[in-house]
Ligand binder design. Sequence first.
Ligand code: ZN
Length: 393
Amino acid sequence: MTFIFHNCRVLDAVSDRVREGHDVVVTDGRIAQIEPTRLRLPHEGRVFDASAYTVMPGLIDCHAHYTLDPWAVDPFSQIANEPVGMSMLRAARTARDGLYAGVTTVRDAGAPRQLNFVLRDAINAGLIPGPRLLAPGCAITITGGHGMTFGVEADGLVELQRAVRTQMRDGADVIKIVASEAAMLTGPEAGVEELSQAEIDLLVAEARRRGLRIFSHAQNSTSVIRSARAGVDSVEHAFLANKEAISALREHNITLTPTLAVVQVTLERNDLTPAFRERMERIREQHWWSCEEAIRQGVNVVASTDCGEPCIYPSLLWRDICLLHDRGLSRMDAIKAATSRAAELLGVADHVGSLQVGKQADLICVPGNPADDLTHLGQVQLVMKAGEVVYTR
Ligand SMILES: [Zn+2]
């Protein structure tokens, strides 16, 4: 089975240039050829006139909660109070909408009752459309800690070790831990650390024992520094991180998932109380500074939605890419933050994240040239996952 994107612009997300007038040939789910367009149309296989489009790798969302419903007023209480079947049907909608917006791979950031395993398995079985989901099961947090609504509570070294082992036994692709409070929920003054250095060290060692990657929700400086020293793969948010904390990321070569979209899009809602708006504006100021400092210091940053917060829809990844550019990444680096660099962080770069011969055909078509105008990424026209066209606009 061959599919040809004919006469398109190619953005491979590896080099810094785009190539005009190319054919991308997909055979048996893989990218078989990327060649300059010949005068005559190839006549084998299905030919798609892509002359108006850029063909590029499918997008990768490095932090999203696909089982928390962004259409809910309060996703956390909704999922705690409704039948699990209803929650899964909502999650199916989220997965479909993400895929149809061009998101072909997602690192889920934690679900109650390990529901992301069910979602992942349903997608892989072809029951529902959705991105390839790397699922951690429950996020691992302390009793009463941030994440108790999308994770499992555990205290002390023995319980924490058991919590990681439980996620791994039940099918975790990756481990998610919660090292600090959440400023959006408790305010910047409450950027409290939750896990000790010894605890994070143990959690990382336990994940590594089974060869899994691990990422850490850390918002204040202490939790960012502890996570960096422990050697997690990525730190999430770092909203309140100071210069020393950002330097620790650089020093230990840790990726930052700044989750810019969740703060920005929340601030664009018109139903916030004045007190919450004021707090969010203060957080945004610190957040932008920490992200800019990370970019200045050359820390690797990746794109994400934090989908699952109210009004943070799975289709908003393009907003985060634009915001990364606003904070200092070049347009091409912002695109790589949602493709090739994201794939490297997730350990899937051998298969996806770039448009190269031999890679799996997870591809999208967008109008115009996103390297000139990133908003084109919000107008995905066609999505191919593993060589199959799963969406056309
Ligand atoms: Zn999150």
